[in-house]
Write a protein that binds this ligand. Structure first.
Ligand code: 5AD
Ligand code: SF4
Length: 491
């Protein structure tokens, strides 16, 4: 495809060119929602004949799925665009598409970047194949985003997204929602979106401004998709939503909540593990969700439930609707309902107005919560959010870094203790594929690699074994632990 606009004299080359399809390379930044969108877009492009390539060099079209949640994520995209601009100097036919959250946030400004040909918002991904085809033909810049993002999503858009979500992948070997795993191996797992958008407006968060209002998908569409995935060999499904525990859909007399979805999905043959992320700390439906976790062996005993801060003053300023005490009560309730539940969290350090006393309240909460692990972020002001508009980013970067390190160290001690409890024990693991980084217990034997997988409670397990085990359940005996990884031997 590359160079189609040139005048080739060789007939053979001409025939080759008209027969070959454009190659596309997709780079993905950000969360699991984005990974799912990337998989859907990749599948849609494949279904109309594009080849997917792992190398930018071979690509006729480069797509970047972007994240806006912190400034750093956007800077990485800009540095990538700088690189592509350089490549375009010698390959002006290269087409560059920016889609996802940053595309929605920056719109026309992003289109102004020299390297960029197409800017496409998260709600417009069903149009991506047509936009790319048009760009190849007409070489014109195109901008497609939602103009008034906080207006109720129009029916046309919702229908297009529904159709896109449930169609792509069915025509080829690609499974919709399947996570991309190392070296093309299938990890037997997939993501399924249950909700789009968010209505919570936590004061620091850009998501409601780029992904729009909260919409729960119809249960029949979700369950239909999980059945298709199960038929295609998927064993683990992760249900995705910005506040997945707030899932609510009324059909006729009945209102479905996340617990109903989990129960229905548990009845599907072939699905062995079900997960859901991410949870907002709230009483609503919490009891029902814990009940189905306790009752169904398929629902993994794992809860990702971000607290963000341990200071009530900061939680209030973040527009989080709970206190530290209420949050800890939710964790107690979870542990009372599901004895071996593993809990993970997120924190933001250095939010405006966070003084040492507030930070120490966060440290205290981490000590009490006894998370399996937690993700810690330095506050990053996001344009347009209420925190950015109304509060001064007054915590110096050195202080943010110091608090980040201190909180990580606190959590590492707890994670180390919890991991050590696994020593000598046997665990069931869903194998993802070869481990990306070498670990201490090196692999032995031909065709054997260091494999990585996860337990139902989301512990990462590394062990030696044949690559053919990717996507399978195995039993592993734990012989060594570190705070974030368990090392073991295949049973
Ligand atoms: N700055 C830093 N971290 C943020 N997060 C969301 N918005 C911001 C921000 N402006 C974090 C929260 C959230 C996770 C996905 O990212 O902890 O749970
Ligand atoms: Fe952002 Fe809060 Fe919605 Fe999560 S719940 S996506 S942090 S606004």
């Amino acid at each position: 495809m590359r160079g189609m606009s040139f005048d080739f004299s060789s007939q053979v080359l001409y025939i080759y060119l008209i027969m070959s399809y454009p190659s596309v390379h997709i780079k993905s930044f950000g969360c699991q929602m984005n990974k799912l969108d990337t998989a859907l877009v990749s599948s849609a492009l494949k279904s109309v004949g594009f080849n997917i390539t792992e190398s930018v060099k071979e690509a006729d079209v480069v797509l970047i799925n972007t994240c806006s949640v912190r400034e750093h994520a956007e800077q990485r995209v800009f540095s990538h665009l700088g690189h592509l601009k350089h490549i375009k100097e010698t390959r002006p036919d290269l087409i560059v598409v920016v889609f996802g959250c940053m595309a929605q946030r920056l719109g026309a400004n992003l289109l102004g970047h020299e390297a960029v040909d197409i800017v496409c918002g998260p709600a417009q991904i069903p149009q991506i194949t047509e936009l790319v085809k048009k760009a190849i033909k007409e070489k014109q810049k195109q901008l497609v985003i939602t103009e008034k993002i906080r207006q109720k999503t129009n029916d046309y858009q919702t229908d297009a997204l529904e159709k896109f979500e449930s169609t792509y992948g069915s025509k080829d070997k690609h499974i919709p929602g399947q996570a991309r795993l190392p070296r093309g191996l299938s990890g037997g797992q997939a993501f399924v979106r249950v909700m789009r958008g968010c209505n919570n407006f936590c004061s620091y968060c850009i998501v409601p401004f780029v992904r729009g209002p909260e919409v729960s998908r119809p249960p029949a569409a979700i369950i239909g998709q999980i059945k298709k995935l199960a038929e295609a060999g998927v064993k683990q499904v992760t249900l995705l939503g910005q506040r997945v525990n707030a899932y609510k859909y009324t059909a006729g007399e009945k209102t479905y909540c996340l617990a109903d979805l989990l129960e229905m999905a548990s009845d599907i043959n072939g699905i062995e593990w079900l997960r859901f992320v991410t949870n907002y700390p709230s009483e609503e439906f919490f009891g029902e969700i814990l009940q189905v976790m306790a009752d169904s062996p398929k629902v993994c005993n794992y809860l990702h439930i971000p607290a963000q801060s341990g200071s009530d003053k900061i939680l209030h300023a973040m527009n989080r609707h709970y206190t530290a005490k209420q949050y800890l009560e939710l964790l107690d309730k979870a542990r009372a309902a599901v004895a071996d539940i593993a809990i993970a969290g997120d924190f933001i350090v250095g939010f405006p107005g966070e003084i040492e006393e507030d930070f120490q309240a966060t440290v205290e909460l981490v000590r009490k919560a006894r998370y399996k692990n937690c993700f810690i972020f330095k506050y990053s002001p996001r344009p347009g959010t209420t925190a950015d508009k109304g509060l001064k980013d007054d915590v110096p970067i050195e202080v943010k870094k110091g608090r980040n390190t201190e909180l990580l160290a606190e959590q590492e001690t707890i994670s180390g203790q919890l991991s050590r409890d696994f020593l000598g024990k046997e665990v069931k693991v869903l194998v993802e594929g070869p481990s990306k980084k070498p670990h201490l217990n090196s692999a032995v034997g031909e065709g054997r690699l260091q494999l990585v997988g996860r337990t139902a409670t989301d512990y990462i397990v590394v062990f030696n074994g044949p690559t053919s085990l990717a996507g399978e359940f195995v039993r592993v005996k734990i012989i060594k632990t570190s705070p974030l990884t368990l090392f073991g031997e295949l049973m």
